[in-house]
Design a binder for this molecule. Structure first.
Ligand SMILES: *Cc1c(COP(=O)(O)O)cnc(C)c1O
Length: 426
């Protein structure tokens, strides 16, 4: 074709716009699925119009307005905005002073970090995404081991980049400890990393030092790096202690993911981090560089929150943290006691976090599956819980502990009424 013809053709196309023009999406986009949304959107949820809806499903602690960040946290951001010093680009891995604050914050119980070990990210989700992308390679047919039940974003992040996930089981009767034999069985020569979530969403479990050593021992034996999602660090109830994987100081490469979202009650502020813990130096040659390269794609995290980070981490008074845990534990204790009275349900008392798992003896109900029960509970009692299928555990429901006490109490009494109506004893 002559140049002039091409020009003519172009004109022709723009003048006669093809209405059937469909742009194809990439395979990354096609493989990217939000599993909670997929399940929830297929539920035909119609609340009972005579009862106010109580959602026990939302994993955002701020939605009901009863849990707020500390005054110190809020003031720190106001000061930073007014200073006018944080409007420009920060280095992709974060300001040194902010990284240094996280390093100091995480250096306790024998764990030691310097600012070079810290990369700031846009929320903990972004930390996880960077870690998974740095370690897992589609071209090498890698797979990623993730917990079941577990947070669905691990699968979403892995599958988007063509990585298969394999599940290892957690044992409900054992405070949701890892089934070590099952974990070891899942490992193969294509396993690129193991994701460990402690304390756990949705289980509410908090692992002992001994159990952590058992899990990490398996990873060490098979030379598999660990991605430790510790976003619920320190949110543990009385008689439990949070032990970071870093505090064990084992000879094993670990990427610890965390952030402000849950403990500081500001999920929307999108400040997360990766802390590199690598006594073995297995990450020194390639992975440290890979993490820095990947952080360059979106130029790091919000600079205002970075500027406020030292004050948020160190000036938030202990009483703020104590109050949050106290509220969560009081709610958990109350729900646990109440739901034990519901026929066909078995609540599992959490050891920390913002969630409780409740087992449903489905065979004793006239419902086909957990989704059917969740729909009926909404239809009759206007109470909504996430079905365990969102976490690969279809005979459970998950309840959030951040809902105000009076609403939780009301929700529980409606659930008891519902279960006692439908549950048969045989
Ligand atoms: C909430 C949550 C995250 C995500 O935290 P963001 O900082 O909001 O991205 C990560 N992991 C688990 C297990 C969570 O529950």
């Amino acid at each position: 074709m002559l140049r002039t013809d091409i020009k003519k053709k172009k004109l022709f196309i723009t003048n006669n716009f093809d209405r059937d023009w469909v742009v194809e999406s990439s395979s990354a986009a096609k493989n990217c699925k939000n599993y909670i949304r997929e399940i929830v959107d297929t539920l035909d949820l119609q609340p009972n119009p005579t009862k106010d809806v109580i959602a026990l499903s939302i994993g955002d602690p701020t939605v009901y307005g009863n849990l707020k960040p500390s005054e110190e946290t809020v003031q720190a951001v106001i000061d930073v905005v007014q200073s006018g010093k944080y409007n420009g680009y920060a280095p992709c891995t974060g300001y040194e002073q902010a990284r240094d604050a996280v390093a100091t914050y995480l250096s306790h119980d024998g764990a030691r970090f310097s600012f070079q070990d810290i990369i700031l990210c846009s929320g903990c989700s972004s930390s996880l995404e960077i870690c998974i992308t740095a370690l897992c390679d589609e071209k090498r047919n890698h797979n990623l081991l993730i917990p079941k039940p577990g947070f669905s974003i691990y699968r979403t992040l892995a599958e988007t980049i063509g990585i298969k996930v394999k599940y290892y089981n957690l044992i409900a009767e054992n405070n949701w400890e890892v089934d070590l034999e099952n974990l070891e069985k899942q490992i193969d020569c294509f396993t690129a990393a193991i994701i460990l979530n402690n304390p756990s969403n949705p289980c509410g479990s908090v692992y002992s030092e001994k159990h952590l050593k058992e899990i990490l021992g398996i990873a060490r034996l098979h030379q598999i790096p660990v991605i430790a999602d510790e976003i619920y660090e320190q949110i543990v109830f009385s008689k439990n202690k949070f032990v970071s994987t870093a505090a064990l100081n084992l000879d094993l490469p670990i990427l610890i993911c965390g952030g402000l979202a849950k403990r500081f009650l500001v999920p929307g502020w999108r400040l997360g981090w990766i802390a590199i813990h690598d006594n073995s130096d297995a990450f020194s040659k390639n992975i440290r560089k890979a993490l820095v390269s990947l952080s360059q794609r979106i130029i790091g995290s919000n600079t205002l929150i970075q500027g406020a980070l030292p004050k948020i981490l160190f000036d938030t008074p202990q009483i703020f943290h104590d109050n949050l845990i106290n509220t969560l534990e009081t709610n958990a204790t109350m729900i646990f006691k109440l739901l034990k009275e519901a026929k066909g349900l078995l609540p599992y008392m959490p050891q920390g976090t913002m969630y409780m798992m409740v087992k449903v003896y489905l065979k004793r109900f006239p419902f086909e599956d957990i989704s059917h029960l969740v729909i009926k509970l909404m239809e009759e009692e206007s109470v909504f819980c996430l079905p365990g299928s969102c976490f690969q555990t279809p005979d459970f429901i998950r309840i959030v502990l951040t809902v105000p006490e009076n609403l939780l109490r009301e929700a529980c009494s409606r659930m008891i009424h519902f279960c006692n109506k439908y549950c048969t004893t045989t």
